[in-house]
Design a protein around this ligand. Sequence first.
Ligand code: S3P
Length: 450
Amino acid sequence: MSSHGAPIPMTSRACGALTGTAQVPGDKSISHRSLILGALSVGETTITGLLEGQDVLDTARAMRAFGAEVTDHGGGSWSVHGVGVGGFAEPDQVIDCGNSGTGVRLIMGCMATSPISATFTGDASLNGRPMARVTDPLALFGTQSVGRSGGRLPMTIVGAAGPVPVRYVVPVPSAQVKSAVLLAGLNAPGKTVVIETEATRDHTERMLAGFGAEITTEITDEGRVITLTGQPELKAQHIDVPRDPSSAAFPVCAALIVPGSDVLVPNIGLNPTRAGLFTTLREMGADLTYENEREEGGEPVADLRARFSPDLKGIEVPAERAASMIDEYPVLSVVAAFASGKTHMPGVKELRVKESDRIDAMKVGLEANGITVEDGPDWWTVTGLGHGNVPGGATCASHLDHRIAMSFLVLGMATQRPVSVDDGGPIATSFPIFEPLMGGLGAAITRSNG
Ligand code: S3P
């Protein structure tokens, strides 16, 4: 179930060196898309390595509600019998997407050009997030929507019975918005064109091509111009989901700040639209290497090796890199606390509309643990204290945000005093094995407050 249970306070304290191998779960973005594109295909899509986090399980449930047959074979192995493009049935219950912005926005897109209605809801975090960024472009297809004030869930989407193709310039750097428009374009006749001025993760484009859609991307003066020919017959595929660089970020960053650590994180997808954090860490002086670099399923993959890095330096993170590391800023700010000097992070206003306002959530928690943070509408700066000098000792609010909870638990692994989070429950949305995995490396995380 996606409803959030009783809070689970957690505490992390300094431990010995982190060592060993961290097998992080499958990529969340690709897992959602595997289920959704499987449901829109003809035939049986098989998936291995699916992330079985709550966000993705909620998408699996939603695909069943729209008529696809989704089966869990155990151990990350799933199959989806799709209904084909335009074949969605009208769900007879409200679709609860839990905590997942990706889930709800992509699913709104893929039902928006079918003559059915669906009502969407989520948890308190998701129900506070902006949906107009998706419903505005969907309206161009002829889709109607009625939600709460401020374009918030719960919201009913009335799909367009006679959709027209659209040409849309995405006004915010958001792969969710781009993907929602492309998925809606699948069931519109003619060519739907989506233009993004800043490149965001391109899994939807790559996977649509893999499922047999006619889709092209051209780099022009306007930006990335993506053209999709509507009403294709998508063909079922086998998908081996690569491991998630956004989850790899946590053991990697922990290893960099805990003395003596040496951690291997194998098989991490290093798609350039996702790998900005690792470039940034190396610029800060991190001992982070790519081993066994190779290509798998058309995506660059490597084993990451992270070792304790006592001489990290604060840097200016280029604004144009933001989209390729947007989910990693919270844990980067933790590493920045152990660097010497300031780390300035501009161009990040999207962080304010994630599962929480991530700049604010990290600023309040870092300050409570003795770190100075300055911020503006679309930037923030962390003043590092250098290795061994970060006090810790506070309890931080996780605001129903998995990445905030995990970031503060990483912080506590190298502070002078333990760091607690009020609720580690949301970690299960994206990284359900976080506690045993980090514990296996030597981290000391307990389910208690202080
Ligand atoms: C995602 C896109 C990003 C990212 C999210 C996953 C996706 O969100 O933060 O975790 O899978 O398309 P935005 O589209 O809001 O940038």
